[in-house]
Write a protein that binds this ligand. Structure first.
Ligand code: UTP
Length: 291
């Protein structure tokens, strides 16, 4: 029997060094794209995939991430008294079911694999999604929904994948590919940040996963991989051959918002999509760049 997918782990304990000084006192995941923090995009995408329980793996200086999904009593009371109904409505999506959001602490950023292992009690014996909130995907169907659909069909592990330039394979987790129907690919191997000359393909994993709970046992061995960190990719690689494992070429555009350029591109792409700010941004770009 294929267990339903109801849980998501959101690791947010990284240091965000690529975005200093912005991330000195503010969590990277609180940075807004247009008017919504990255973490809220992730929670909304998870809900669209049927996720009901959330676990944030946090570290020092990340309390705002949890507060964002709490009731802001004074703010909401004031808005109500002033009859600011429309403004109040903007807060509706920041409310989660009581008891559905838990946090665990990763005291030291020892790697993404270690962060996921920190959520082991939350995961238990259930399949679970992992979402890296700094990867933002603009798509018609929520990216995690697309993965959840594959999980429902295969009952196995599935990761979102995209082609990257061959010279950039040393930045990502890269797939060794088996059968490939152009959309769904069979994963025969996984390597974290391989040099271009030894990379088995140029198909890279982005920050969306649906995994079976057995990965936790592999991560528990705390083997250090690329960069001396406990790598999720290495833990996942151990599942290959034991369980079905696929990569999905998802529909949509992914923006790496942990990176300055990716973040700026996301601002423009998301703004252009919106009916309230899109026309003004389009006009500005035209006038400013002369294009
Ligand atoms: P990144 O590779 O983007 O690292 O982590 P980072 O520390 O957030 O940012 P940079 O590279 O220093 O700028 C990918 C994801 O894994 C989480 C991060 O919060 C991010 O969501 N992570 C990473 C952890 O939770 N713990 C870790 O030990 C490492």
């Amino acid at each position: 029997m294929i267990k339903p997918l109801r849980k998501a782990v959101l690791p947010v304990a990284g240091l965000g060094t690529r975005f200093l000084p912005a991330t000195k006192a503010i969590a990277k995941e609180m940075m807004p794209v247009v008017d919504k923090p990255l973490i809220q995009y992730a929670i909304e995408e998870a809900r669209a995939a049927g996720i009901e329980q959330f676990c944030m793996v946090t570290g020092r200086g990340k309390t705002a991430l949890v507060e964002h999904f709490d009731i802001a009593f004074e703010l909401e009371t004031t808005l109500r008294e002033r009859h600011k109904t429309e403004t109040l409505a903007l807060l509706a999506d920041t409310q989660v079911e009581p008891g559905s959001l838990v946090t665990v602490r990763q005291q030291e950023p020892l790697g993404l694999g270690h962060a996921i292992w920190c959520a082991r009690a939350f995961v238990g014996d259930d399949p679970f999604a992992i979402m890296l909130p700094d990867d933002l995907v603009l798509s018609e169907t929520a990216c995690l929904r697309q993965l959840a659909d594959v999980y429902r069909d295969t009952g196995g592990n599935v990761v979102a994948v995209t082609e990257v330039p061959k010279e950039h394979t040393n930045r990502y987790g890269i797939l060794k590919i088996g059968k490939d129907d152009g959309k769904l690919v069979e994963v025969l191997g996984l390597v974290e940040k391989p040099a271009p000359q030894v990379a088995p393909s140029n198909l890279s994993i982005i920050g969306r996963y649906v995994l079976l709970p057995e990965v936790i046992g592999h991560l528990a061995r705390m083997e250090r991989g690329a960069g001396g960190e406990v790598q999720l990719t290495d833990g996942m690689a151990k599942l290959i051959g034991e369980q079905p494992f696929h990569g999905l070429r998802y529909e949509g555009n992914r923006f790496d918002c942990g990176d300055k350029i990716g973040f700026l591109e996301a601002q423009i792409a998301f703004a252009l999509k919106r009916s309230d700010v899109g026309p003004a941004v389009r006009a500005f770009l035209k006038n400013y760049t002369g294009m």
